[in-house]
Each structure stands twice: as C-alpha cells, then as structure tokens.
Design a protein around this ligand. Structure first.
Ligand SMILES: C[S@@+](CC[C@H](N)C(=O)[O-])C[C@H]1O[C@@H](n2cnc3c(N)ncnc32)[C@H](O)[C@@H]1O
Length: 259
C-alpha cells in the first residue's frame, strides 16, 4: 500500500540502505536490549533492528502508519505505541533503555528536553537530526553554536556526532543536511536533581539575550560582589561561560538564597 509522506508529521523517510546499515552498525544491537524507536514510519530502521533484537518498542503518531506496522510485524516482537512521543512516558518501558529515531525535525528540540527527564532510565540514544541542531548540541563555549541546548544537554549527556547524511538519502529529500548523534547519560550529571529547575532558569535568563553581558541578563540572580566571589567576569556573555560555571552560579545562588 502506498503512503504519501505527511509534512505535518515531518515525514522524510530514509531510503538509502548504506545509511540504514551505518546506523544499525553504530547501535550494535544485542538480542536482549530494551529498545524504543521514535517515529518508525515505513520501517526503514525498524525492520533491520528486528533482525538483531528479540523485541522492539516503537512510538508513532500517524494512525495509518500504526495500522501498517501492526499488519506487517508480529505483536510479539514489535509493540506499537500509538501517540505523541512528546507525551510518552519512557520510564514505563523499563531500565537501561536504548532510544533511536530518525526524528521529525519540527519536534526535535522539545523531544530532546522531554527525553532528558528520563535520563535515569536511559542507556543511550541515537538520533538522526538536522545537522545544525547536532552542531548546537555538541558545541563548546565561545562558539556561535553554543547555547541553551548545548548547556542543558551537556550537563546530562556525553554526545558525539557520528556522521553526516545528505538530503538525497531521504524521500522526500529535506532542505537541510542531517547528522547522526550519539548521546550517553553521564554517570554523574553535572547538576544535582534538586537544582535542575533553578539551573534551567538561570541558563535561560543568560541566553535570553545572547548579545548582552551577564551583569544585565543575570541581574535578578547575582550582584557585583557575587561575581567577585565566584571568580566570574560579569562583562562576559552567556556563550562565554562553561557548563561548570553555570553549575557554580546555580549552587552559589541556591546557597545564598537559602542561607
Ligand atoms: C523523519 S520520519 C522517519 C521515519 C522512519 N524512521 C525512517 O527513517 O524512514 C519521522 C517519523 O516520526 C513520526 N512522528 C512525527 N511526529 C511524531 C510524534 N510527535 N510522535 C511520534 N512520532 C512522530 C512520523 O509520522 C514519521 O513516521
């Protein structure tokens, strides 16, 4: 049965067999792995993954595709969760979860933030994303790509861009280049769970106006004296601070406020 790609669901189907092989190779699946694929679509990755795995979970929003998958694969080997991955409770699938997906580009950033909430349940994640998004995820301080996404993900994950995938590997071809990224939760996240909310607030405030110096963007959090105590120059901009400096600011503010 033909399926017309739906733009509103970001459907760019992978059609290049070498890229499929490269992704499966990067994943190195073992029979007993607990794995979930987000947005299986027509099964470009689902099919080869099931050759190595005993069982696979998939989360798919498109009702027609869900029907197709349920017809095509045995329910014993493939559990199809119909719904929005942005609302899916990934902790319900168990511990040491492996996540994979050629993600719809329009939801990739909110999805990464949603998945960050389940870090304790994750073993690793491998995603195909727009190349520019991967560049922002792995960016180092004092570069133009370094921003809120870099800080919020790097405080929890070790990340590596694996390879670039050109538009012609998809149907229909997207307008942009794509890249595959590997994300592995840090053994010890840089920020304590109890401070996560404050950390996110401070990082957002700092990057809310990239061009402005910290003295202005973080004026609700730090005074001139605080910067001296922290050993941070208040004339710097958000993009100049390392993640450990954001952590230091968060812990300091928390201590001062609660003390
Ligand atoms: C870029 S396509 C990839 C399809 C397939 N994995 C491939 O590589 O050919 C994205 C897939 O995610 C599905 N999708 C889009 N938004 C979704 C959401 N919010 N939750 C779950 N699946 C979604 C689409 O229907 C589509 O199947």
């Amino acid at each position: 049965m033909q399926h017309t790609p739906r733009r509103r669901f970001g459907q760019n189907f992978l059609v290049d067999s070498q890229t499929v092989t490269d992704i499966v190779h990067a994943l190195h699946p073992r029979r007993e792995d607990v794995m979930v694929e987000i947005g299986p679509g027509l099964g470009a990755l689902t099919q080869p993954l099931l050759q190595s795995l005993e069982h696979l979970h998939v989360v798919e929003i498109d009702r027609d595709i869900v029907k197709r998958l349920r017809n095509e694969f045995s329910a014993k080997r493939l559990t199809v969760h119909e719904g929005d991955a942005l609302e899916f409770d990934f902790s319900s699938l168990g511990e040491s979860l492996r996540v994979v997906g050629n993600l719809p580009y329009n939801i990739s950033t909110p999805l990464l933030f949603h998945l960050s909430r389940f870090t304790d349940h994750l073993r690793d994640m491998h995603f195909m994303l727009q190349k520019e998004v991967v560049a922002r995820m792995v960016a180092k301080p004092s570069t133009s790509d370094y921003g809120r996404l870099s800080v919020m993900l790097q405080c929890r994950f070790e990340m590596e861009q694996l390879f670039i995938v050109p538009p012609e590997c998809f149907h229909p071809p997207p307008k942009v280049q794509s890249a595959v990224v590997r994300m592995i939760p840090l053994k010890k996240p840089l920020i304590e769970a109890s401070q996560e909310k404050l950390f996110a607030e401070i990082v957002s405030a700092a990057f809310s106006q990239r061009r402005k110096i910290l003295r202005n963007t973080l004026r609700d959090y730090l005074t001139g004296e605080d910067y001296l105590k922290l050993g941070i120059d208040s004339n710097l901009r958000a993009e100049n601070l390392s993640i450990t400096q954001y952590v230091a600011i968060t812990n300091y503010f928390n201590r001062v406020r609660s003390g």
